[in-house]
Design a protein around this ligand. Sequence first.
Ligand code: IVH
Length: 667
Amino acid sequence: MSPQERIQELSKELREYNYQYYVLNNSLISDYEFDLKLKELQKLEEEYPAFADENSPTKRVGGTVADGFNKVKHRYPMLSLSNSYSKEEISEWYDRVEKGLGKKPKLVCELKYDGVAISLNYKNGKLIQALTRGDGESGEDVTTNVKTIRSIPLQLQGDYPDDFEIRGEIFFPLEHFAELNREREKNGEALFANPRNTASGTIKMQDSAVVASRKLDCYLYFLLGENITVKSHFERISLAGSWGFKVPTEDKKLIYRTDNLDQLMEFISYWDTERKNLGFEIDGIVLKVDDLDEQDELGFTAKSPRWAVAYKFPAEAVATILEDVHFQVGRTGAITPVANLKPVALAGTVVKRASLHNADQIEKLDLRIGDTVWVEKGGEIIPKVIGVNKELRPTTAKPFQYIQNCPECETELVRKEGEALHYCPNENGCPTQIKGRMEHFISRKALNIDGMGPETIELLFDNNLVQNIADLYVLRKEEVLALERMAEKSSQNLIDGIEASKQVPFQRVLFGLGIRYVGETVAKILAKKFKNIDALSKATFEELVEVNEIGDRIAESVCAYFNEEQNIQLVERLKEYGLQLEMDDAELAQGTKLDGLSFVVSGVFNLFSRTELKKAIENNGGKVASSVSSKTSYLIRGENMGPSKLKKAEDLGIKMISEQEFAEMIA
Ligand code: IVH
């Protein structure tokens, strides 16, 4: 079998496994076997790029980094639906439709998926373009990211039209959303608030490999195109299913066709309670007139079709008793009030705690212990207290007093003018802050110390082995081994992890110091600008605010940090132990030569492998994009490069260079 034939055979097999698994829920092959086949295909495509298809199953794993998304006009505008919030309003809509048509309409009931709308364009059975809704007139081209969603077919099957559009909703399955947040919690990262916003953010991420890892899913609900003869919406959806799309099916009651108003109301009531068992979020039910000619007859208002309507479920809120309020202390000393509630079932979970945000919020609600409060779960993970039922207030309930001292170390709290939060100022004595800072220091995006987590910090701190981050670097294995729960191997891992962290680059160490308002991006900017910790520690407020993207708040915080003698000593110790507190020469040289330039790499190369080439671009501050656009600065042209890329680059007048020319650029 020729390589080309093998590529085609493997692509076909993998496509079928994908479809069976992600659309039909059938597992025909083990993950291991699937990966083996995928790797074989990847290897062949690398060896014979001329035979590699833009829509190969290997594109599912992502790996290309987009430099922004092009705005593209929608072929048909993407309208929204008018919303109804009661069954009466639905009845009224039904009456209007009946009156408009002069007969009882057949209606299709569907779920209103709570995600992000997407419009997919297929030509000759291949996914060509995926656009977000944008302003309804034009959207952003997120094709590369959408290709990583396994339930969206890249190559259709069956008898599909040559050219059509299909629309649907990309959503975050709850199981994968929870998994992502668990992982983030473990790494000390901020949790995502809700699946919908996270899906929407994910689809616009630059790195498609991250999109692939998020395991988004997509249901399709609207088929458009000139050459489709079927004139029933319901039948069009099932037709799309036969081409390989994930569409709602009757067997799971995800879609239902009826001309009976009572049955329609039943569908709404059924899903209002059943939605908690779905595995993804819906925020209502959509009703559509089935017959496309009838749809035409009814037409559109300025913003939405008259032939469809959305019934929105009411936001879920329950009443329960506020038993107590406790206060959490963060690593920066920020105090967060949390309501302790009498446990109550809400939207599929038992809620015991809810956020109260800050002192102002508590005052606004006029909250008292013993009050009956309304708790809402508006898509956020942490429910919030949204109101008080004052009629049920016990006569004994006393107005709530905000704490004045830190619940952990008793220090008097401070609240700066204009700030919503109270802070514990005892940075170097408050155990919760000290441990919090150490947890941040070892977290993945900072020093990423292997073999260490919050429990280890707790253990080391409670046993007086570490009081601050510098103490980690004088820890001895025997000391660790002597602790409860620490075995030979885990102790060695921990010591090795600490040792390895000495190679972590300056900007991550700076981020790890946990200076208030110095997040990952700010740390990177400061490291690049000041090049080493000494220069940064001596920088004045004026010098700091001169740096692009550094405002008063950050500058003030950096100055305050380096004004503390204890912090200066800490940094000195870190320096002494060999941590990276300056940008190394290679890093300094990097990031400038190709700053602001965007490259597309295509074809086969001799001097570099494709991976090396991409690395070299990024190491020199350039960006790698997967497709040629007006934003492309250079196309690095290898042998056998794809004809479509070549044509596009020529059409757009993009500069093409050879790998030799590129090597000279970075020399
Ligand atoms: S049909 C012309 N069907 O709701 C009508 N939309 O405000 C096209 N949505 O932006 C939309 N589930 O993102 C339709 N089963 C469904 C839907 C649905 C969710 C979203 C869609 C749209 C918004 C309408």
